[in-house]
Design a protein around this ligand. Structure first.
Ligand SMILES: Cc1ncc(C[n+]2csc(CCOP(=O)(O)OP(=O)(O)O)c2C)c(N)n1
Ligand SMILES: [Mg+2]
Length: 540
């Protein structure tokens, strides 16, 4: 039974959004999109607003990533949309189902020079799965449904619609599309069988599981497959935490030993990109398991590449009934390497140095973070250390910017995480350089009562650029920031709170105060500018 609805363009859009389970919008005001606000206003559909459109799109992306449902950003015409493009591009690289609704100058006098009159589509089309201008009010519900269906269909990603002024302000009547949900993509059973045989026959197999395993709700199936075939599991992106760190097949630190010793590397739900040495694992055969045929790598010839619903593929691997090699010794060897690396890391995380090194910050954070805390990385070296020293205990608790590597996600991701999980700890790990992109949005968090903890690794430099530039040229330029800058007082001035920490012994109590404060709180940790993340050991 279809439902007919009547209202202005904003109301028609909102009805279709609700039907798809969208529950809130992130935005920065602009007259072109007032009807969308009017529809949400007073109708149990919260509007969160920000100080830069990048934060609105990043917030929507955090909702999409964490909750596996569409996130919504509403951006005004012209500069509102263009300010959101890095966010859309990040969502495109991360396969995050984000819908961006843009305002647009009136169509009826297009070409006459209206304010902000520009065609957004050529700019956003390359970084979205669906980009469309909706020219008629009664077409809005259909267009919203089509955009969200595209965003949610694996391989997922962002979608964009813009509404000319008269489209969204006019009143009309339309049918509300029935939302059926996106059905699973059936994998080719022969390709799955080939993958199962390769893994079962391997002497030294390894699984690397990435973001699409979480996005595709395939975490349980991953665990079943790994346990059934007895394969050690490494993770990246949103795949982190898929196996709890104490699981006998969960590995994080023995990656080098694993990838150099493996005879079959199974990469699930993540591209064979720079994070995975472009899929080149020496003599090892590669099995690449992807959620859609479009995700098969063009630059590598895997031995098998099943494409389709990851739950179906991983469950089929778990059910493999043929012979399998014994991996006990291989797992035991990797466990030795893992334990040795873990002991080295533990020593670094406890080190009492002056100035403080980032490792110690993470040592202290591990004591105060709950298992379900959401940690967000926005920065250079400081975030590489976070990836190394923090071990997410459950899936859906780790947000990094992904392979687009865009600085500035911090406050937007924090807002989306806080809205997604009102009762959890939300902790942003931020470089001092990264802080410059979004710290003003602390104001948005304060005003809308969205407390988060921000830990700044303040080395006074763009560390990830300064150290390599010095190594390459013997000097560096454009890589210095003000040393010992008081980012904490910036947050205090914006209505939050914070403190600067210079001594390792003061870290623990400061972090505790931050999490107890109930307001946006920045712990500004002065760190050693000579400390550079050892890139050569950063295989992924
Ligand atoms: C939007 C954007 N601009 C520039 C870069 C290049 N970049 C990558 S890491 C980095 C340095 C980050 O410095 P900071 O946040 O202080 O972290 P640190 O490396 O010092 O720990 C820069 C400039 C980027 N990734 N994204
Ligand atoms: Mg820095």
């Amino acid at each position: 039974m279809t439902e007919r609805i009547e209202g202005h363009g904003g109301e028609l859009a909102l009805a279709a959004l609700r039907a798809h389970g969208v529950r809130e919008m992130f935005t920065l005001s602009g007259g072109h999109v007032f009807p969308l606000y009017d529809a949400a206003h007073g109708s149990d559909f919260p509007i969160y607003d920000v100080r830069h459109e990048q934060s609105a799109v990043f917030a929507a992306e955090a909702v999409a990533k964490l909750q596996r449902r569409p996130g919504l950003a509403v951006l005004t015409a012209g500069p509102g949309v263009t300010n959101g493009i890095s966010g859309m591009t990040s969502a495109f690289f991360n396969a995050s189902p984000v819908l961006v609704l843009g305002g647009r100058a009136p169509a009826f006098r297009w070409g006459s020079g209206s304010l902000q009159e520009m065609d957004h589509l050529p700019l956003v089309a390359p970084v979205t799965k669906h980009a469309e201008t909706v020219f008629s009010t009664d077409d809005i519900p259909r267009a919203v449904d089509a955009a969200l269906t595209a965003a949610l269909t694996p391989h997922r990603g962002p979608a964009f619609l813009d509404f000319p002024l008269e489209t969204v302000f006019s009143i009309s009547e339309a049918e509300l599309p029935t939302v059926t949900g996106v059905g699973p993509v059936e994998p080719d059973p022969e390709e799955v069988g080939r993958a199962a045989l390769l893994i079962a026959a391997a002497q030294r197999p390894v699984i690397i599981a990435g973001s699409d395993v979480y996005a595709g709700d395939a975490v349980a199936a991953l665990r079943e497959a790994a346990e059934a075939l007895q394969v050690p599991v490494f993770t990246n992106g949103m795949g982190r935490g898929s196996l709890p760190p104490e699981h006998p097949l969960a590995f994080a630190k023995a990656r080098r030993a694993a990838l150099s010793g493996a005879d079959v590397v199974v990469v699930v739900g993540t591209p064979l990109d720079f994070r995975l040495s472009f899929g080149d694992f020496g003599d090892a055969k590669v099995v690449h398991i992807v959620d859609a045929p479009s995700q098969r790598a063009g630059h590598v010839q895997p031995a098998a590449a099943p494409a389709g619903d990851l739950r179906l593929i991983l469950s089929a691997l778990a059910d493999h009934s043929g012979d399998r090699a014994d991996h006990t010794d291989w797992i035991a060897d990797l466990r030795v390497a893992e334990d040795a690396a873990r002991a080295r890391d533990a020593a670094e995380m406890a080190a009492e140095t002056d100035p403080i090194r980032p490792a110690r910050i993470y040592g202290e954070l591990r004591r105060v973070l709950a298992r379900d805390a959401v940690t967000i990385g926005d920065g250079g070296d400081f975030v590489s250390y976070a990836g190394r020293y923090l071990e997410p205990a459950q899936p859906g608790t780790w947000l990094d910017p992904g392979p687009y590597g865009c600085l500035g996600t911090g406050m937007g991701y924090a807002m989306g995480a806080r809205v997604s999980h009102p009762d959890r700890q939300i902790c942003v790990l931020m470089g001092d350089g990264a802080a410059g992109f979004s710290l003003m949005d602390v104001e948005s968090l304060v005003r809308q009562k969205l407390p988060v903890v921000i830990v700044v690794g303040n080395n006074g430099i763009w560390g990830l650029e300064k150290h390599p530039m010095r190594a390459m040229y013997g000097y560096d330029v454009a890589a210095d920031l003000q040393p010992e800058l008081r980012y904490d007082t910036v947050v205090s001035a914006l209505g939050g709170a914070g403190e600067t920490v210079a001594k390792a012994a003061d870290l623990g109590p400061a972090l505790q105060r931050a999490f107890d404060s109930g307001v946006p709180y920045l712990v500004n940790v002065l760190t050693d500018p000579t400390d550079a993340y050892p890139r050569s050991s950063n295989l992924a």
